[in-house]
Design a protein. Structure first.
Length: 268
């Protein structure tokens, strides 16, 4: 079983819900990322989603688009992101790390080479926004050789038959996108999210994480009441942008919001 599987089993047994923060690797500069990852864990993060910078992030809203542009201005590559994870592992061997990004950099590196390098670095799972399950068999095979999880997205418009197909290919957890549109957009409808999460659970025993539209402690608590994991991205990346001139201020701002979310989730 992967580190993600073990971790989610432990959370389930203790009755806790996972808090999964997302930040873009290399934003606002490469030296910030590893210390920020540690700060997020200290503030209550259970799993870290680390964005791999890409020039055409089609699923992202303007906040994360700008973060990727800042990282790319520093020349941050997939190999650089793997090196950041490996450095993080020097002090943290337990917190699962998921790479979230787009297919092209992995295609360039080659599936087998990527899977091997990711395992060596200490990556636990991969979420590729533009990789549908119908085209993912070869990559899923390579990842599984190294006990890495392939995480897939389920959209609000995904029908029941396709949910089953996605669940059959996925491991680690299912990521439910709570809103139509890009990251950072829209308003959460918790009742609708609950209905969709219930539908996903009919198709799989995997944990269900919910992301997009979670901005504060209140919205995190609402989602924690219906899902296994709360994923927060744009709200944190916005804090990184607002405090870009000081690594210490970035860590403090991100840690404060995550700590508020952690308390709210634990009360939900």
């Amino acid at each position: 079983m992967s580190r993600l599987g073990v971790y989610f089993d432990s959370l389930r047994q203790s009755g806790r819900k996972a808090l999964i923060p997302y930040v873009t690797a290399g934003d606002p500069q490469p030296s910030v990322t590893v210390n920020l990852m540690h700060a997020m864990v200290e503030s209550g993060a259970d799993v870290i989603e680390l964005g791999v910078p890409f020039s055409d992030p089609m699923a992202e809203g303007p906040v994360i688009q700008r973060a990727m542009e800042r990282a790319l201005e520093h020349g941050v590559t997939l190999d650089d992101v793997l090196a950041m994870v490996q450095t993080f592992r020097e002090k943290n061997s337990s917190t699962p790390v998921v790479l979230m990004g787009y297919l092209n950099p992995i295609e360039v590196k080659g599936y087998a080479n990527f899977a091997s390098a990711a395992q060596v670095a200490g990556v636990d799972g991969v979420l590729i926004v533009d990789m549908p399950p119908e085209e993912a068999a070869d990559l899923v095979y390579e990842l599984r050789q190294y006990e890495l999880d392939m995480i897939f997205l389920v959209a609000p418009t995904t029908n029941e038959l396709r949910i089953k197909s996605i669940a059959d290919s996925a491991s680690g957890f299912i990521y439910y996108v709570s809103l139509k549109g890009v990251t950072g957009a829209g308003h959460l409808d918790t009742a609708l999210v609950n209905d969709r999460v219930s539908l996903i659970r009919k198709a799989t025993d995997l944990p269900v994480g919910v992301g997009f539209g979670i901005k504060d402690a209140d919205s995190a608590a609402q989602i924690a009441s219906v899902a296994d994991a709360v994923v927060v991205g744009s709200a944190l990346v916005r804090l990184v942008e607002e405090n870009a001139g000081s690594a210490d201020n970035i860590n403090k701002a991100v840690a404060a919001l995550l700590a508020d979310m952690r308390r709210a989730i634990d009360k939900a």
